[in-house]
Design a protein around this ligand. Structure first.
Ligand SMILES: [Zn+2]
Length: 368
């Protein structure tokens, strides 16, 4: 304990929080990973970044702040996305780090105050903390008029970042060893196949760590995209955006993730009417074997929107790569019910912390 600098906890989204005991050297290694990620995204000493991630028991915000010191960047440590608009005009920040939904909310708030997000000093956004659909990233980039970079960081100490080539997240392979494991197969999978990210800490000979990971199961799923040199010149392998296993639901023997629902929400043509806020609840249908997914979409004015168009675009995207689900829909076994609510009308509205947007309320849980 004499060598421990801080004790951190995971956010505990799936059960009891896990403890991590970090030495100062651990912090420096974490910061090294984030610093690389920032550099690969084009950040430098002229940048001023508002950090919206919270400075709490999670390591993310503090690690970014330490990383910024190495790059000689300026950090504005708000710790939340609900800062007053004057912050944008006073300090002319060049970037904001936050989640997709917090940054969309911030953009709406700025517009209400008469500030156009795309005309501010913001040159790039960094998102992390949760997985997202490519469609929601595209919409966020459009709203802010700048590129949006993804980072995947966790208290466990993975900090993988997307570079300017936007072709997967680079894994800092000299600091962490990442394997992809399939719990059903009980084996590691080949590149290109999806499985759970399993981490092992790598240390230089003679160095110590407060918490050492050996084949640690992150419960996040991903796929190795490539081990060849990236067009940005970096040689570290790249993975696809990890998804949380806790946000995956199995239906009729096939899985889908919250991100698949989100992809349907953020379709082109939907976003003139929707705010992007959504929730999906899976439940038992009226008869045995029937499943209903109720999708609630928040919109600015439910009275004046093309509900059929939004329903069609959502369903088409959701079923696009899922023949199994499409067959069940045709057979009447799977009902997708789409509802429209006013701002603040979602079940998750006003909830503290990261909302659970995809909930499985079936009493008859299926076998996988
Ligand atoms: Zn790259």
């Amino acid at each position: 304990m004499g060598d421990i600098f801080t004790i951190q906890e995971t956010s505990g989204t799936s059960g009891t929080p896990k403890s991590f005991f970090l030495t100062w050297d651990d912090w420096k290694r974490y910061a090294e990973k984030y610093a690389r990620s920032f550099v690969s995204q084009g950040f430098g000493r002229e940048d001023r970044i508002i950090v919206c991630a919270s400075y709490g028991m999670n390591v993310g915000a503090n690690t970014m702040t330490l990383a910024a010191r190495r790059l000689k960047m300026t950090i504005i440590p708000f710790g939340k996305c609900t800062f007053p608009p004057r912050v944008i005009s006073s300090y002319r920040p060049t970037s904001i780090v936050g989640s997709v939904f917090k940054l969309l909310r911030l953009a709406r708030q700025l517009k209400q105050e008469g500030i156009r997000p795309e005309e501010t000093s913001i040159r790039r956004l960094v998102v992390g903390g949760e997985s997202f659909a490519e469609e929601s990233r595209a919409y966020l980039a459009d709203v802010w008029g700048c590129p949006v970079f993804n980072t995947y960081g966790s208290t466990e100490g993975t900090m993988c970042g997307e570079c300017t080539a936007f072709s997967g997240l680079h894994v800092p392979e000299d600091l962490v060893h990442l394997d992809i494991y399939d719990p059903q197969m009980k084996a590691f999978v080949h590149d290109g196949e999806c499985g759970r990210a399993v981490l092992t800490t790598l240390l230089e000979e003679g160095t110590k760590a407060g918490t050492l990971l050996l084949n640690y199961d992150t419960e996040d799923t991903t796929t190795v995209l490539s081990r060849s040199t990236c067009s940005c010149g970096r040689t570290h392998m790249r993975i696809i955006n990890p998804q949380r296993e806790a946000e995956t639901v199995w239906l009729f023997g096939s899985p889908f993730n919250r991100v698949d629902v989100e992809a349907g929400v953020f379709q082109h043509g939907n976003m003139e009417s929707l705010t992007g806020e959504y929730e999906a609840i899976v439940g038992d249908g009226a008869t045995g074997g029937e499943v209903v997914m109720q999708v609630n979409l928040e919109c600015r004015d439910p009275g004046s929107i093309d509900k059929k168009g939004i329903r069609d675009r959502f369903t088409e995207r959701f079923l696009k790569y899922r023949n199994n689900f499409a067959e069940q829909v045709s057979a009447g076994k799977f009902v997708i019910e789409i509802n429209f609510v006013r701002p603040g009308g979602l079940g998750i509205s006003g909830m503290k912390g990261r909302p659970k947007r995809l909930v499985d309320r079936r009493l008859r849980q299926p076998a996988r």
